[in-house]
Structures are given as structure tokens and as C-alpha cells.
Write a protein of this length. Structure first.
Length: 329
């Protein structure tokens, strides 16, 4: 009799354990199904926006030049924790590469993350996590100026506003030109090198002409050189990037090198043809003069079609206007 009761109790315990296991399995299955549904909804939502968009940023009247812009939108995945059985979960993330093909400078390329509301069409881009590239210097997001895009996605177009440095940069208007947003051949870093080299090669060379000043006019020579300098590429890695340097020399001083200024801070916009150049602290120290500020020199203006037209300044103020023609590359 006792043995029979023990047998019954054992079967009851096993049945209860089986029931609990079944309940646990059902809960795990429900959790997996819910996560799968959520992931598929996000994938469907984000895949509608995948592709490459091209258009412009228009600062508006009096705000500067209209810039060409490209935005490549793609889907990646982020850590979504683990399921009840300890297996990893991954959630889709909408990302974008923002790129100004004709300009090298702050905000010429940005790695962005996006938030999209499919009901209203609202889309917001902000910088991706710190450590990625952010502008010409590749500064991490934590130390770079603020940058964001707020707009609306309709059909194959995005319209909105680009904000940087705490103010509006301009009106964004882009349209999808391709459903693909794949990386270019050789990777993003190599594409960035090619882009910069193409822009800068168009103006490198030696320009000779005359400086018109308030005093005596004199002959001058501007040499624009394409070189390379370590910088952070789109991948976040440190690579050698093409940059411009410049040297201006007075040709009425005997040996031009005896009265010349080296400028390593050069910025050029291939769309507007506007160029700025200036000595930095290291450049100024090369002047070899005991006069305070004697090594300071700067110029700004336009370089296009083999012609240079610049306003020059030094530590005393305005030097004059240089107009030169390229005589060699």
C-alpha cells in the first residue's frame, strides 16, 4: 500500500514538472515570436528608405552657396540583448552616410543614425556614436560641433533642415537616385582619398602675377601644393589624406625664398572656387624674424580656370590684391 502511494506521488511530481516545463517553453516561444515580429516590423519600415539620395543644401538668400549633397541610407544591426534561453538578439538600426562631394571642410562627411516615423514621415538624423568620423578632421562626435537633420520622407524624397553649430545651415532637398547604398570600390577610406585628390589636383600649381597694394605694386608668386597628412577616414581609422598647402613669395626680393610665407591651413570649396589659406603657429615660427607676428600671413579669394584672385594680409593688416595666372603644375 505504501509503495503504491509513493508511486502515485512520483508520477504526480513528474507530471507537474512536465507541466511547468511546457509552460516555460510556451513563454519562451511567445517571447521569441514577439521579438521576431518587432524586428520584422523595423526591417520593413527601414528598408523602404534604403538607397542613395542626391540633391542640395540651400542656405537661402544671403546665406552662402548652395552645396551638392549625397546621403546613403542603409540598415545595420545592434545588440538587442539575449532571449530567455541566452541566445543573442539583434535589432535593425537605420544609418546614413552624409557626404558633400565638392567640398572639403567641417561637416563634409558625417556618419549618422536615423529615427523614422512611418505614420507621419518624420525623419531625424543625428551623429552616430562617438568614435566615428565627424567632418574633415574625423573628430569624434563628443568633441565635434553639433550636427543634425530634421525632415520628412515622402515617396523617394527627403526635405528638411540641416542644423550645425547651433544654427540652421540650410534647406535640404534630396531624391533617391539608387536603391543601393553599398560601399564604393576599395572602401570608404579609399573613396575619400580619391575624392580629395580629384578636388585638390584641379588647382595645384604655380601662379605668377602682381600684387596691387596701397603702396608700391610688386610681383608675386603663389604655389599651391598637394600633399598628404594623417587624418581620420570615414572608417574611423587614421589614414593618409590628401591636403593642400601654399606658399606666397615676393618676386622683387632677389631670392623669393628670402621673403615668402608657408601656409599649411588651406581650405578649398570646389563648387564655389573659394579658397582660404593662413599660417598656423608652427608655420609662423619658420619665418626666422625677431619681429613679433612677422610670420603671420593669410589669403582668401577664388582660384578657377588657371587664375587666382586673392586678398592678402599679414601681421600689419592688408597687403594687397594678388591676381595671378598658373604657369605650371
Amino acid at each position: 500500500m505504501l509503495l503504491a502511494r509513493m508511486t502515485v506521488n512520483l508520477f504526480a511530481a513528474l507530471a507537474a514538472a512536465a507541466s511547468l516545463a511546457a509552460c516555460g517553453g510556451s513563454a519562451a516561444d511567445d517571447s521569441r515570436s514577439e521579438f521576431q515580429r518587432d524586428r520584422e516590423k523595423l526591417e520593413t519600415r527601414y528598408n523602404r528608405l534604403r538607397g542613395t539620395y542626391a540633391g542640395t543644401i540651400d542656405p537661402g538668400e544671403g546665406g552662402g552657396q548652395i552645396e551638392k549633397v549625397e546621403i546613403a541610407m542603409y540598415v545595420d544591426y545592434r545588440d538587442g540583448g539575449v532571449d530567455p534561453e541566452g541566445n543573442p538578439r539583434f535589432l535593425p538600426l537605420l544609418l546614413a552616410r552624409f557626404h558633400l562631394p565638392d567640398f572639403v571642410g567641417e561637416n563634409d562627411r558625417e556618419s549618422l543614425k536615423a529615427d523614422y516615423d512611418e505614420i507621419t514621415g518624420r525623419i531625424i538624423f543625428t551623429r552616430a556614436a562617438a568614435g566615428g568620423p565627424a567632418g574633415e578632421g574625423g573628430a569624434a562626435a563628443s568633441g565635434a560641433s553639433a550636427f543634425s537633420i530634421r525632415g520628412t520622407f515622402r515617396g523617394d524624397a527627403i526635405e528638411g533642415e540641416v542644423v550645425r553649430n547651433g544654427g540652421t545651415w540650410g534647406r535640404l532637398d534630396v531624391k533617391r537616385v539608387s536603391d543601393a547604398a553599398s560601399s564604393p570600390a576599395g572602401g570608404e577610406d579609399e573613396a575619400e582619398r580619391r575624392r580629395r585628390a580629384k578636388i585638390f589636383e584641379s588647382i595645384q600649381g604655380v601662379y605668377r602675377g602682381k600684387v596691387e597694394s596701397s603702396g608700391i605694386d610688386f610681383a608675386g608668386q603663389l604655389t599651391i601644393t598637394l600633399t598628404q597628412r594623417p587624418g581620420v577616414g570615414p572608417s574611423g581609422k587614421t589614414i593618409q589624406l590628401p591636403v593642400l598647402t601654399a606658399r606666397f613669395a615676393r618676386l622683387d626680393a632677389g631670392d623669393p625664398m628670402m621673403l615668402s610665407w608657408y601656409m599649411s591651413d588651406v581650405s578649398y570649396n570646389a563648387q564655389t572656387r573659394f579658397i582660404t589659406m593662413a599660417t598656423n603657429a608652427a608655420d609662423a615660427g619658420r619665418a626666422g624674424s625677431a619681429v613679433s607676428g612677422a610670420g603671420v600671413f593669410a589669403g582668401e579669394g577664388r582660384v578657377a580656370a588657371g587664375k587666382a584672385d586673392l586678398r592678402l594680409t599679414d601681421h600689419r593688416g592688408a597687403v594687397g590684391r594678388f591676381r595671378g595666372t598658373r604657369v605650371s603644375r
